[in-house]
Ligand binder design. Structure first.
Ligand code: ADE
Length: 289
């Protein structure tokens, strides 16, 4: 999988050379490049942000710099600004096939058939923007994206990025995703991208030494539950014993115990996951729990 990350702090991603992510790169499973957004600026201050239109605190990341960078990484020629309408009406998520789509069809942008370069057979990257105001990133998204050939992450900073940036690339036919990693606000998208990347890449075939370790995890599969509690040796530690059943050697009983614990813990900690469970994922004994 090819992964490009754009940030004003590309050094942030040096940690990706460590541990399993580093190994996956050495094995050729992952090819990660972190780019500095400021490389696409032209002014002496290398500025990437400006004040919000309509007022308000903080700064917003400018669309022009992002567009130069993303056009290049997505292999899209920049539109001829003279041919573009003065005012663009961008589609909302509810009106993706509205006439406004036509307004975004810049005449300067060639279609696929006219594009001739070495990458013409490569899948277009999925373009991902971390954003605290976006839908929540879930294990389902991680699983889906673990099959992608190429991901391009764009890390916002300050108060975020100009919302026309994702709108514009969506209108060019790019698969654009905006995700929040949780109901809290971080200083920028870098940590959110690291979280998403780890969740995605560890699901790739060949990434984990032991592929079984991802099969029984929390949030995995149809009947997604929190995982049962884990123990290792010794059987008694500081006076606390592991549950007897786990030492019984009876695999059926161990499985039932773990499943019951998963159901009980999920019900206590994340009742929303129980409500979302597909009834077909529950067996007779589950229903008693
Ligand atoms: N940027 C800042 N906070 C974020 C969050 N919670 N998720 C994704 N991106 C963010």
């Amino acid at each position: 999988m090819k992964i490009d990350i754009v940030s004003v702090f590309p050094e942030y991603f040096e940690v990706l050379n460590l541990s399993l992510m580093g190994k996956a790169q050495s094995k050729g499973l992952l090819e990660i490049t972190a780019h500095n957004l400021r490389d696409w600026t032209h002014d002496v201050h290398h500025s990437v942000d400006d004040t919000p239109v309509g007022g308000g605190a903080g700064m917003v990341m400018k669309p022009e710099v992002w567009a130069e960078c993303l056009d290049e990484l997505l292999n899209l020629p920049a539109p001829n600004e003279d041919d573009s309408p003065d005012e663009l009406v961008f589609p909302t998520s509810e009106s993706s096939d509205s006439p406004a789509d036509d307004a975004l069809d810049f005449s300067g942008i060639p279609n696929d058939e006219t594009e001739e370069d070495d990458d013409s057979n490569a899948a277009a990257p999925v373009l991902i923007f971390p954003n605290p105001s976006a839908p929540l990133f879930t294990q389902r998204d991680a699983t889906e994206l673990s099959h992608a050939e190429h991901l391009l992450f764009s890390c916002g900073r300050y108060e975020g990025y100009d919302s026309r940036i994702p709108d514009y690339y969506r209108a060019q036919g790019i698969d654009v995703r905006e995700y929040s990693i949780g109901d809290y606000v971080l200083n920028g998208g870098e940590v959110a991208v690291s979280v998403m990347l780890e969740a995605i890449t560890r699901l790739m075939p060949g990434f984990m030494g032991n592929p079984d370790s991802i099969v029984e995890e929390s949030y995995t599969g149809e009947g997604a539950l929190l995982e049962h509690r884990q123990y290792t040796k010794p059987a008694v530690w500081r006076g606390i014993a592991v549950p007897d059943v786990l030492l019984s050697g009876d695999h059926g009983k161990v499985d039932r115990f773990r499943r019951d614990e998963a159901l009980t813990r999920t019900n206590e900690i994340r009742p929303d996951l129980i409500e979302a469970l597909d009834c077909k994922a529950l067996d007779k004994a589950d229903r008693k729990t």
